[in-house]
Design a protein around this ligand. Structure first.
Ligand code: TXA
Ligand code: MG
Length: 341
């Protein structure tokens, strides 16, 4: 078995068929040897290892500094493999899989014996997802085992949506990062608990409750009354946070923004603004970035912007308050968690 990398991770490109194939081969080689490697998915980049190998899964926890009580999602590339991860495959799982897989939906089902306890954090259920990114699919098909993969960031930090983000956070701890381009969804999958009745959304994502309802008929939101708050640790209030302090704010014009910052004693030159509608014209902020006021485009861009503000040494990130409509709900969820101290 290969030991820990001594230098920086190799970053393999995938933008020609030859490079893609070479990267698949190298990723499979390391995965079969029990290593953890960073791979692209359409939601965010994942830190992947053989889900059937408890030692390989343990390596993921160690690299991320992830609390042992936070379960990891098993990624598959066929219904057959999904069914091997769970002891039950209810008709509803079939309907959801047909509607939303491959894609940004994780289904929580009773854990099969093949899935080691470490992956489910000792719990009786397992999260299963069939990602749509072609590279991830190719690797799972080639290896034949499901891939355990949390987001490829240090625990509690902002998820990576490109290979550079992974390199910055984990480059010294792993030997391979595969560059599959910018993640096209941009935030983590919707987690739906099918072991509850009615099914419950444990983590909102870009597949929204209204869309799920068309398939499930009924739906609960959040971990549910009386249930353990650690049911889905991604629901802990503070999560996904940048280094800089983050606040969500609504303003009408530049002078509002200045007054608000002054009242709170923030230095404008260390303040970065992320706006979608009321664009500040002032040049004395640390940075101003504009993301289109379209939930999908916003999702695709927001994490990269948070990483950029951190890289620029921001003390404060002010994100313009989001619209309150359904399609913005998962984004509000992530940013409110990032804003929690
Ligand atoms: O889009 C995604 O889901 C990405 C990509 C890489 O697939 N993965 C991801 O993994 O976001 P992670 O580990 O950062 O977040 C997984 C979330 C956590 O909130 C975890 O608690 C929850 O899913 N989860 C995993 N297995 C679960 C289970 N059996 N029961 C309840 N929640 C579970
Ligand atoms: Mg994560």
């Amino acid at each position: 078995m290969e030991t820990k990398p001594t230098g920086l991770a190799a970053v393999l490109q995938t933008d020609t068929p030859q490079l893609f194939e070479a990267a698949v081969l190298r990723a499979c080689e390391l995965l079969r040897a029990g290593q953890a490697v960073a791979l692209p998915t359409e939601t965010v980049y994942g830190l992947a290892a053989n889900a059937w190998d408890p030692d390989a899964v343990a390596r993921i926890f160690e690299i991320k500094g992830r609390p042992a009580q936070n379960p990891i999602i098993a990624h598959v590339a066929s219904l057959e493999l999904a069914k091997r991860c769970s002891t039950q495959w209810p008709p509803l799982a079939d309907r959801l899989a047909r509607a939303f897989w491959p894609g940004p939906l994780t289904l929580v089902l009773p854990r099969a014996q093949t899935i080691p306890e470490i992956l489910t954090a000792g719990g009786s259920t397992v999260g299963i997802r069939w990602p749509s990114h072609p590279f991830m699919q190719a690797v799972i098909q080639r290896c034949g085992f499901p891939l355990a993969a949390p987001s490829a960031n240090l625990s509690n930090r902002v998820s990576p949506t490109n290979a550079r983000h992974v390199l910055q956070q984990l480059g010294h701890k792993i030997s391979l990062i595969v560059d599959g381009g910018q993640s096209q969804v941009g935030i983590e999958s919707t987690v739906l608990d099918l072991s509850a009745s009615p099914p419950r959304v444990l983590r909102p994502g870009m597949i929204q409750p209204e869309t799920l309802l068309a398939v499930t008929g009924e739906l609960g939101l959040g971990p549910g009354p009386g249930s353990d708050t650690l049911k889905s640790p991604g629901l802990l209030r503070q999560h996904y946070a940048p280094r800089a302090r983050l606040i969500l704010w609504a303003w009408n014009n530049d002078s509002d923004l200045r007054t608000l910052l002054k009242e709170r004693g923030f230095n404008r030159s260390k303040t970065h603004i992320i706006a979608h509608t009321r664009i500040p014209s002032a040049l004395d902020f640390g940075g101003v970035c504009v993301i289109p006021r379209d939930a999908q485009a916003f999702a695709r861009a927001i994490y990269a912007q948070l990483h950029e503000c951190d890289d620029a040494g921001a003390d404060l990130i002010v994100v313009e308050a989001l619209p309150e409509t359904n399609e913005w709900q998962a984004l509000s969820d992530r940013l409110n968690r990032a804003a929690a101290i």
